[in-house]
Design a protein around this ligand. Structure first.
Ligand SMILES: Cc1cc2nc3c(=O)[nH]c(=O)nc-3n(C[C@H](O)[C@H](O)[C@H](O)COP(=O)(O)OP(=O)(O)OC[C@H]3O[C@@H](n4cnc5c(N)ncnc54)[C@H](O)[C@@H]3O)c2cc1C
Length: 280
């Protein structure tokens, strides 16, 4: 399959990238790792007339620790994130596809593409992270809870670049990540991430994110509600996890029916919570 023709630019500053995006309008697209956009272009589901490659733009890579949060440059590759001291984010990034994809794919590209089957969006949502954006109109921050609007659709405007992903460090939280796929290194049929903070065996806080259970990444609010403030034991976790699919509309596909995905969500949620809470 061959993509439709397009212009290509590789600016060496963020301001220049934003200027080019503005000039190109709706038909211009940023290029990061290219591992989602290029496949779409090859099957002509996307046909941008201009690609603005971010690879030469300085300051968009790396993971840094600032006071209470981790700051991850948008062009940080999954492999680099997987190797960083980044807890749940690193664990999830290490389970994305294979080494080649992890070497090229970026966190900014993953969040901007907003595929509900992707691993990182649900993690950033559960951790209550934010993205920093810069565009012709200036800079702003968008909370992950407001970022994912629909299938492959986000609040990022056509002339904006995600520059950084900001995620609270959440000291004292345990975490678990469970991803189910037919073959190793495949996309998640369903994924569940859990963050749990416990004091003297009682759940002080819990956050659960669901991958591929709807048109966007989701929080499992009913599970969180069932556990917060309650003693944490295997029985209580099992009961709470039974509500993992509540309020979801998982898409059926070649790999799984919606009912099977709901079943997976319940099972994976129990495992991720048990891991996060250190309960066997
Ligand atoms: C074989 C294969 C298997 C995969 N398996 C998985 C998997 O198991 N789990 C998973 O999570 N992902 C998986 N992926 C997707 C991979 O993680 C992608 O790299 C990622 O989704 C997109 O990142 P990218 O850097 O490649 O973005 P690109 O493809 O370059 O861009 C994707 C979209 O985001 C926009 N964009 C990119 N960067 C920015 C930015 N900084 N600001 C604003 N918009 C931006 C682009 O314009 C484009 O619309 C797989 C990909 C392949 C090819």
């Amino acid at each position: 399959m061959i993509a439709a023709g397009f212009e290509y630019a590789a600016p060496d500053s963020l301001d220049e990238a934003i200027r080019l995006l503005g000039e190109g309008g709706e038909d211009a697209k940023l290029l990061a790792g290219g591992h989602s956009l290029i496949p779409l272009m090859k099957v002509r589901l996307a046909a941008p007339t201009l690609l603005v490659d971010l690879r030469r733009v300085p300051g968009l890579r790396g993971v840094s620790s600032e006071d209470s949060e981790l700051r991850i440059g948008a062009m940080t590759a999954h492999a680099e994130l997987a190797d960083a001291k980044a807890g749940l984010l690193a664990t999830a990034a290490g389970q994305i596809a294979d080494q080649q994809v992890r070497n090229r794919g970026t966190i900014g590209g993953s969040l901007a593409h907003a595929d509900p089957a992707s691993d990182l969006p649900a993690v950033v949502l559960a951790a209550e992270g934010r993205v920093a954006l810069k565009g012709a109109g200036g800079e702003r921050e968008v909370a992950a809870a407001d970022l994912f609007e629909d299938y492959l659709t986000t609040a990022v405007r056509a002339d904006e670049v995600i520059t950084e992903v900001r995620v609270p460090k959440l000291p004292g939280y345990g975490f678990g990540y469970e991803k189910f796929a037919r073959r190793s290194e495949d996309w998640a049929m369903v994924g569940v991430c859990a963050l749990v903070k416990a004091t003297d065996g009682t759940c002080e806080d819990v956050r659960v994110g669901l991958t591929h259970m709807g048109s966007t990444p989701l929080r499992a609010g009913a599970v969180e509600e069932a556990l917060r403030g309650r003693p944490l034991d295997a029985g209580r976790i099992g009961e709470a996890a039974e509500q993992a699919a509540e309020g979801t509309s998982p898409p059926g596909d070649l790999n799984a029916t919606p009912d099977y995905k709901r079943h997976l969500a319940r099972v994976l949620c129990r495992r991720a919570l048990a891991e996060a809470a250190g309960v066997s």
